[in-house]
Design a protein around this ligand. Structure first.
Ligand code: NAD
Ligand code: DAU
Length: 354
């Protein structure tokens, strides 16, 4: 049994689906169901005997402790977080609450549970913390890609809150001996990505005939990884990672935002052309830049490749095509997310969502 937090979000739900497809080991999925949590992502495992969903906050120590005692997981994987940089700029409080205090409370509940395990189970236990490359700050065009030894220089409320959580995880290892693993991954894309983030937002706006808002000059660089590859990296780190170590995860896929938007438009032109025959790229609009916008992220993924033998399965070409195809084939999911209808569905299925 493993316990996953944030398993109704974008990456967490992909992880739970992949885990249950490839393993007989059950998953307890603990998610608060914020605006970003969507149980529809988990439709395929709704009646799976190995999936136990619990709506709860990672900061609710009583509930988390009770779940740990009840299910006795061999590992806890922490995906739960406030994840959107723009939201962290307009409302940082929720980021401090969940990413910093929530992680702290989760660590304490896990430490109490882990401390009381029999010796062999204590040694085998793992706390895997899912983090981001944004903690390293920004790069210039000439800088080498982020390695695991790069100093933390977070620039947004989001990245500062994630950096704080990474430091707590590290300290719980050094001080208490909790067997932790941390992964720092670059930008993910793929199915179930909430349409506030760049790629799904561009797809939905393009299809709706709306402007495609590119911040600033559009030359900010991100390093893109298909979400299923992030999930396979996390499984590999859980299986073979050395406790106390951090692992950078990325696909060697740096690309300026403007190019991402153009690639999405080109795929839509091919797969669902506009009725008037004009390219979706004509909807592209440059808008005011994000405050404090980091210029470039790039992941040096050699450590996880060398030490754990992990490599991504998708190139950007194959991954982005799968992604655009997925959104075109899942109009109902998208309409539901956009209308907020998925909140109603959650309350009829699982009781009132927060
Ligand atoms: P997401 O916003 O799609 O999902 C977050 C999930 O966490 C949601 O289901 C939400 O309901 C849940 N959640 C939020 N607060 C909670 C709380 N207090 N208690 C319990 N559940 C709570 O985020 P995502 O993109 O899937 O990111 C997952 C993790 O991966 C985050 O820790 C994020 O920092 C990290 N990460 C994301 C990316 C990316 O590109 N999306 C890249 C690297 C790392
Ligand atoms: O690098 C990993 C991080 O990637 C994760 O830790 C975060 O959780 C995740 O949200 C993501 O952060 P970004 O800020 O990079 O993702 P976002 O999709 O918000 O933006 C990607 C880039 O596109 C960024 O440079 C801002 C730009 N952008 C974004 C939006 C939503 C635009 O130009 N226009 C937009 O409308």
């Amino acid at each position: 049994m493993i316990l996953v937090t944030g398993g109704a979000g974008f990456i967490g739900s992909n992880f739970v689906l992949d885990w249950l497809a490839g393993s007989d080991e059950a998953v307890v999925n603990v998610d608060k169901l914020t605006y970003a949590g969507n149980l529809r992502n988990l439709d395929a495992v709704r009646s799976h005997a190995g999936h136990v969903f619990v709506q709860a906050d990672i900061g609710d120590t009583a509930v988390i402790s009770q779940l740990l005692q009840q299910h006795r997981p061999r590992a806890v994987l922490n995906f739960a977080a406030e994840s959107h940089v723009d939201r962290s700029i307009t409302g940082p409080a929720a980021f401090i609450e969940t990413n910093v205090l929530g992680t702290f409370r989760l660590l304490e509940a896990v430490r109490e549970y882990w401390s009381a395990l029999p010796e062999a189970e204590r040694a085998a236990f793992r706390f895997l913390h899912v983090s981001t490359d944004e903690v390293y700050g920004t790069l210039s065009a000439q800088d080498p890609a982020f390695t695991e030894t790069k100093a933390y220089e977070p620039n947004s409320p989001y990245s500062a809150s994630k950096a704080a959580s990474d430091h707590l995880v590290r300290a719980w290892h050094h001080t208490y001996g909790l067997p932790v693993l941390t992964t720092n991954c670059s930008n993910n894309y793929g199915p179930f990505h909430f349409p506030e983030k760049l790629i799904p937002l561009m797809i939905v706006n393009a299809l709706a005939g709306k402007p495609l808002p590119v911040y600033g000059d559009g030359m900010q660089v991100r390093d893109w990884l298909f979400v299923k590859d992030h999930c396979s990296a996390i499984r590999r780190v859980l299986e073979a990672g050395v406790t106390g170590e951090t692992y950078n995860v990325g696909g060697w896929n740096e690309m300026p935002n403007i190019e991402i938007v153009r690639r999405v438009c080109a795929l839509l032109d091919e797969l669902r052309p506009r009725a008037d025959g004009v390219s979706y790229a004509t909807q592209l609009t440059y808008v005011k830049d994000r405050p404090g916008h980091d210029r470039r992220y790039a992941i040096d993924a050699r450590k996880i490749e060398r030490e754990l033998g992990w490599k991504p399965a998708e190139t950007f070409d194959t991954g982005i095509r799968k992604t655009v195809e997925w959104y075109l084939a899942n109009g109902e999911w998208l309409a539901d997310v956009q209308s907020g209808g998925y909140r109603d569905w959650v309350s009829t299925q699982y009781g009132q969502a927060a």
